[in-house]
Design a binder for this molecule. Structure first.
Ligand code: ATP
Length: 364
């Protein structure tokens, strides 16, 4: 097993730059997720790691082996990279049983029958499909087919498992179950997983590290909760989190010895999250997550008066839209305040959660 390192990887398709000077070091045994909107270059990056696509420029290393270098003309073919790939469409053999689907690669590799049998049964047990081995794919649910597709790859004992949106064909309940299964599988097998998704919840719940991508460019590479609480820029802050983060244009001004953000109706004290000391008066974008706002029916110190714009119950929580001057902010509350549209409401902010981005789009 080994770290996977991408060095200055660029991939161009004619005029389109799908991946732009991408650098990443994926640690051995980690669960790394490539996350971003459609067309941001996730699949292209995964295919380059697998060896199915050649970078236009750059190098890819697996441990101390260079598997691709544009400069030195090095290229290790996909079959020799010890990686297993699972796509969104499972493409199981319809005329083979689950057992034969899983055993296919071992049979082709001419492994002894006893080994094929024992490895197939063992991996089916890990994926909890041991009682389905005699069935055909058409007799399985989507989630079961998906597990067969993963078992078929895992049985070959790849050092790295590459998964391209493998859950996107499943309904939301099954997706949630499969996230838990994949996370367990990762722990049980200890293999490195590189996972592609545009679903931020999937990335947050499963990964040890997330690479947020936009237009082929890496925006941030960090553990999921760091990305959530300290997004490197506005794109990342906006892409991660549900409901979306409130973003308000404002200015950062000096108020005595301290700093204050004035954004619309809000005046909030500011302490740099990143330890940036050379703050100066400047235009900024204020970022407030919905759960970092709280509501009160009474006025009070450091509360800002607005009106209830709409109330969106979501089972265990409520999303409240509040008109505050020109802005409409979203707040998440966790008990029913029985709010009525257009009633007055006071908004408070958990001050240690304030995010502030400068004009260069960097978190201050
Ligand atoms: P999605 O989530 O929709 O699958 P993605 O983030 O995986 O998107 P890619 O499939 O990597 O994005 O595509 C990145 C960019 O490269 C897109 O603009 C796409 O149109 C372009 N692209 C990908 N493959 C090719 C190709 N074979 N020829 C030309 N352009 C391509």
């Amino acid at each position: 097993m080994a770290n996977i390192v991408l060095k200055n990887i660029t991939k161009r398709f004619g005029q389109v730059t799908a991946v732009d000077n991408f650098n990443l070091e994926i640690e051995d045994g980690s669960f790394a997720t490539l996350l971003g909107p459609s067309g941001c270059g996730k699949t292209t990056t995964l295919r380059m790691i697998a060896g199915l696509e050649d970078p236009t420029e750059g190098e890819i290393w697996v441990g101390d082996q260079c598997v691709f270098s544009s400069e030195r003309g090095e290229y290790v073919p996909p079959g020799k990279r010890k990686m297993g790939l699972v796509f969104q469409s499972y493409a199981l053999w319809p005329h083979l049983t689950v057992f034969d689907n899983i055993a296919f690669g071992l049979t082709i590799a001419k492994r002894p029958a006893s080994e094929v049998k024992s490895r197939t049964i063992a991996i089916a047990k890990v994926l909890q499909i041991g009682d389905l081995l005699e069935r055909y794919p058409s007799e399985l649910s989507g989630g079961q087919q998906q597990r067969v597709a993963i078992a078929r790859v895992l049985v070959m004992e790849p050092e790295v498992l590459l998964l391209d949106e493998p859950l996107s064909n499943l309904d939301s309940k099954l997706r949630m179950d499969m996230r838990a299964e994949l996370k367990r599988l990762h722990l049980e097998t200890g293999s490195t997983i590189i996972y592609v998704t545009h679903d931020q919840l999937e990335a947050l719940t499963m990964s040890s590290h997330v690479a947020v991508m936009d237009k082929g460019i890496l925006q941030q590479w960090a553990p999921p909760m760091s990305i959530y609480s300290e997004p490197a820029n506005i794109f990342t802050a906006d892409f991660i989190g549900n409901p979306r983060i409130n973003l308000i244009d404002g200015v950062l001004v000096k108020s005595g010895e301290a700093w204050e953000i004035v954004a619309g109706e809000l005046r909030l004290p500011f302490v740099s999250q990143t330890g940036t000391t050379s703050v100066r008066e400047q235009k900024v974008t204020l970022g407030l997550r919905a759960e970092d706002l709280f509501l009160s029916r009474e006025p009070g110190p450091d509360l800002f008066e607005g009106t209830v714009y709409s109330v969106l119950p979501a089972g265990s929580e409520w999303y409240i839209k509040i008109q505050l001057g020109e802005e409409v902010l979203t707040a998440t509350i966790y008990s029913d305040m029985n709010l009525k549209i257009d009633e007055p409401i006071w908004v408070g902010v958990f001050k240690d959660k304030i995010k502030c981005f400068d004009q260069e789009d960097k978190l201050l």
